[in-house]
Design a protein around this ligand. Structure first.
Ligand code: FCB
Length: 453
């Protein structure tokens, strides 16, 4: 047995990430709930329903699991539609519920990272035009002020908006999420409002609690040209990388929106990130196809021979994690990996996915890039948007009928990693033996020699 360990920096945050609509259950007052009632919106007609019953109190047992699993942080989100069920009418009992949850996290030694917007909006905001309506910037700031005024003594780490890029693509380009638009003409406004709302929230949070750390969770997707020698493939890969990955982080750095086909300025957004939140799942290959431009954006292909998740949604491409971290590092901010994971009910791929991706996080930390934490998506299986319950991302499995949780072997693996603040060859040998040799080559092996070359 090779004895080696990848140590993570002192004080590294180890956690999992969740979002309100996906785990709470009975979020009847938001746009997603309404969407789920319509035919053909969600795979197999699935609905969020009771979800993981966190609103019913099961967050307690799941936070126990996180604590017992050696985690020291948790990323969760606040459900706007619960806090503000009608315009400027606040539900204090909902706010109190979140206080109890966050206190519960702290009591268990879990540092809370709190997201203010994770894809859902109250139905009344949606009725007024959602992210297309300029008023949303004001609404979002008002909601942010209320939440932060209530929780600022407990929370110092905030994510304003989760994956604004995924949001505009799914909601306004592909139309697979509410509001179900497929209209390029709406997109400049939507992007602008997302940037403005983030900026307003950033300034509001700092006003209330100046030492807060505030960021966004950016989804990075690697776009590799299918044929690197084909200039059109290179062009489309670049175009997508720019429109999808770069627009938001650049806008909140210098206040300029540079979409491939238009430009905008939001000066108040310049310098509005204290850390860089990075969500990474996969890379795809892009080939130039006319169909793609005129018809659909979501055309994806994965690198040949890729190690795919059961539904073919994610390719296990750990190099992409390195690429994502390098990209994030360019913004010269502390980085938190705010999401990373794979759907895998049988837990066949997850252990190696976890080991291989964490190795890249460790590499980045050892280049002295300021990587401060990792939040695995997710703690327990939860409602996966238009894919419903067909995809299982949890370290723990969930039986939605009985609410029973089952511990997957990845949960045990993650526990050993968190508790030792490191990834050892023994852990890999135990849980993902198939990648032991490539990750920890034995003495004298060609892989080891090559890694020194
Ligand atoms: C991310 C979302 C998260 C979850 C994972 C699988 O894009 O932020 O809510 O659905 O994908």
């Amino acid at each position: 047995m090779i004895r080696a360990i990848h140590h993570f920096p002192h004080g590294f945050l180890w956690g999992t990430a969740t979002s309100s609509h996906q785990v709470e259950g009975n979020n009847t007052n938001n746009d997603w709930w309404v969407w789920e009632q319509e035919a053909d919106r969600v795979a197999q007609g699935h609905q969020s329903g009771e979800a993981c019953d966190w609103w019913g109190g099961r967050w307690r047992e799941d936070f126990d699991r996180a604590m017992e699993g050696g985690q020291n942080a948790h990323r969760l989100s606040i459900e706007w539609s619960r806090v503000e069920p009608n315009p400027a009418i606040w539900d204090d009992s909902a706010l109190d519920h979140y206080r109890q949850m966050i206190k519960g996290a702290l009591d268990r030694g879990l540092i809370p990272m709190v997201t203010l917007h994770h894809f859902t909006i109250p139905q009344w905001v949606s009725d007024r035009g959602g992210w297309y309506d300029p008023q949303i910037v004001h609404y979002f700031e008002r909601y942010t002020r209320k939440v932060v005024a209530t929780l600022h003594d407990l929370v110092g780490l905030w994510v304003t908006i989760n994956e604004p890029n995924v949001y505009y693509v799914a909601g306004y380009l592909e139309g697979v999420w509410p509001p179900g638009k497929k209209d390029l003409r709406l997109i400049p406004q939507v992007i602008r409002h997302l940037v403005m709302a983030h900026a307003a929230a950033y300034h509001a949070i700092h006003e209330i609690r100046p030492d807060s750390l505030v960021g966004l969770a950016h989804n990075y997707r690697g776009f590799h040209p299918a044929n690197p020698r084909n200039p059109l493939d290179r062009w489309i890969a670049n175009f997508k990388a720019h429109a999808f990955n770069d627009v938001f982080p650049r806008a909140v750095t210098d206040g300029r929106i540079r979409f491939p086909t238009w430009r905008g300025r939001v000066p108040q957004a310049a310098g509005t990130q204290d850390f860089f939140g990075l969500n990474y799942y996969t890379v795809e290959t892009s080939a130039f196809k006319l169909r793609q431009l005129t018809d659909r954006w979501d055309y994806t292909d994965f690198p040949e021979g890729a190690d795919l998740s059961p539904s073919g949604f994610i390719a296990n491409e750990p190099e992409g994690m390195w690429e994502a971290l390098r990209w994030a590092h360019e913004y010269k901010l502390p980085i938190y990996v705010t999401e990373n994971g794979i759907e895998d009910a049988e837990d066949q791929i997850r252990p190696r996915y976890l080991a291989q991706h964490l190795r890249e996080v460790w590499r980045a930390a050892n280049f002295n890039w300021k990587v401060c934490g990792y939040f695995h998506w997710s703690l327990v299986d939860n409602f996966e948007w238009e894919r419903g319950w067909t995809q299982r991302f949890g370290l723990w499995g969930l039986d939605i009928r009985t609410q029973e949780r089952t511990k997957r072997s990845s949960a045990e693996m993650y526990e050993e990693i968190c508790k030792s603040n490191g990834l050892s060859s023994e852990i890999v040998a135990m849980y993902a033996p198939e990648v032991l040799h490539s990750m920890f080559p034995p003495r004298g092996s060609p892989e080891l020699v090559a890694s020194y070359a």
